[in-house]
Write a protein that binds this ligand. Structure first.
Ligand code: CMC
Length: 431
């Protein structure tokens, strides 16, 4: 069978090559179409457009499959941890003991922020959203390091330290943004703690008393980071790739990713889910009224934490998080009415023809907020947790562009449908 596609346009025939991925995903390569025919392809919101070829993450949205570098998310969730998975995602293989030690040491060495950077936190109002602080401070952090500012595109050895610094400092900035907004003194990371333990320490310790790190809490948060670590070409990752394609530095590219992640349709959905559950709880609704509103296009409401551009099946991350949610709440002896509402909503939606016909299932954000709330993380910090977790994925995508000798600046086209040729009219002649 021919592996080429044929396109008929205005009586002419064009042959277009096809590309097949490892898992038999198929694409028509249209990169030569405009030069040969004058036509571009139009696909607003990129629902059917592949923007790159990538080796990092595989998703089969119909079957509910997610794999990082070929390894199923279920195996990683069960056997790995965030730092090891971060290495896997960025470098393409599970680390040896020595590689893991080097990577962990780099994370530890790079976890501090420069002392004079702390003054920048003072400039934000106490009401500032931590995602605004995170994005601004990641970008600012690059100014405090000559290595980041002067790093040359493609210098791999230096890149390793810069990448570790970004993962580690993102966690420190995230904790500081929380401390700042709560009027609390900043707490330094401790060498003895692992990645996620250190985050909990920087968030919740007091100068006079260290926060007691419960292993079940550290494990649950580490799992949340791991499950968010990459998700192929979503809004924020594509943003990072777009910025990276101009050869902007890693910190600048990933700070753009934070901004893209912030919105309620993407990484801000975990915050929106909790706010939705809270609203349902406060109004005494069992979820039925909200579901009816979510189905009504004029209500302005959606069932947050439901639906996905790619998954037309249960999001595999949601399954893992739901189980973890039950375990954490049981171990901490917490009974949260919002969990009951969430379960009721899920049950009702999965039986409702509106959601069934549209293949809308719970996504990763549906239950993650309930775990984070149990840990004591305030709701506005939820998207920040997503950003900490997603950093390895953004870095891996950045590296993939950097390592590709033929990579070009991303520059989509458009179809212009504004005014035809028009002319300047002096102000006195304007109506
Ligand atoms: N509640 C009610 N209706 C919905 C929802 C929802 N959560 N999601 C989609 N729909 C409807 C949508 O209105 C459309 O209806 P119709 O066919 O009648 O016009 C239909 O379902 C198909 O929607 P779609 O084209 O599949 O949606 P999309 O791909 O443009 O958007 C989405 C995907 C995730 C933005 C959307 O499902 C949504 O807004 N969900 C709620 C926000 C959310 O949970 N976001 C987190 C996504 S997972 C984390 C991440 O990776 O970012």
């Amino acid at each position: 069978m021919s592996k080429e596609a044929t396109l008929e346009l205005e009586g002419k025939s064009y042959t277009l090559p096809t590309v097949t991925g490892t898992e038999n995903e198929k694409a028509v390569d249209i990169s030569s179409l405009r030069a040969n025919s004058g036509y571009i392809t139009l696909d607003e919101a990129y629902g059917n457009t592949g923007s790159c070829v990538s080796k990092i993450t595989f998703i089969d949205g119909d079957k509910g499959i997610l794999r990082y570098r070929g390894i199923p998310i279920e195996e990683l969730a069960d056997k790995s941890n965030f730092v090891e998975t971060a290495y896997l995602i960025i470098y393409g293989n599970l680390p040896t003991r020595a590689q893991l030690k080097t990577f962990s040491d780099l994370l530890t060495e790079n976890s501090f922020l420069p002392e004079n950077m702390k003054f920048h936190f003072e400039g934000f109002p106490s009401t500032a959203h931590p995602m605004a602080i995170l994005s601004a401070m990641i970008n600012a952090a690059s100014c405090f390091d000559e290595k980041v500012m002067r790093w040359q595109w493609g210098k791999v050895k230096e890149f390793e330290a810069i990448a570790a610094k970004l993962i580690s400092q993102t966690r420190t900035i995230a904790a500081y943004s929380y401390r700042k907004s709560h009027g609390l003194p900043l707490i330094y990371p401790k060498k003895a703690y692992k990645f996620t333990e250190n985050f909990l320490h920087m968030m919740f310790s007091m100068p006079y008393e260290d926060y007691e790190i419960k292993p079940e809490i550290a494990k649950a948060l580490d799992l949340i980071f791991l499950l968010h670590a990459d998700h192929e070409q979503n809004c924020s990752t594509s943003t990072v790739r777009m910025v990276a394609s101009s050869q902007a530095n890693l910190f600048a590219s990933c700070s753009a990713g934070v901004c893209a992640l912030w919105g309620p349709l993407h990484g801000g959905a975990n915050q929106a889910v909790l706010e939705m559950l809270d609203e349902i709880h406060k109004t005494g609704d069992d979820g039925s009224k909200f579901i009816a509103a979510a189905k009504d296009k004029n209500s302005g409401k959606k069932l947050m934490g439901f639906g996905h551009r790619v998954y037309k099946n249960y999001d595999p991350r949601a399954k893992i998080i739901k189980k973890s949610c039950d375990e954490v709440l049981t171990k901490l002896h917490i009974s949260d009415p919002l969990l009951d509402i969430a379960k009721h909503l899920e049950e009702a939606a999965l039986k409702d023809s509106y959601f069934v016909e549209r293949k809308l299932y719970p996504n990763v954000d549906f239950y993650s907020g309930i775990i984070m709330r149990a840990i004591g993380i305030p709701v506005e910090m939820f998207p920040v947790m997503f950003a900490i977790g997603r950093m390895p994925g953004w870095i891996a995508n950045y590296k993939e562009i950097m390592d590709e000798p033929k990579s070009r600046i991303c520059r989509p086209r458009q179809i212009y449908n504004g005014a035809a040729l028009n002319h300047y009219v002096p102000i006195e002649g304007r109506k």
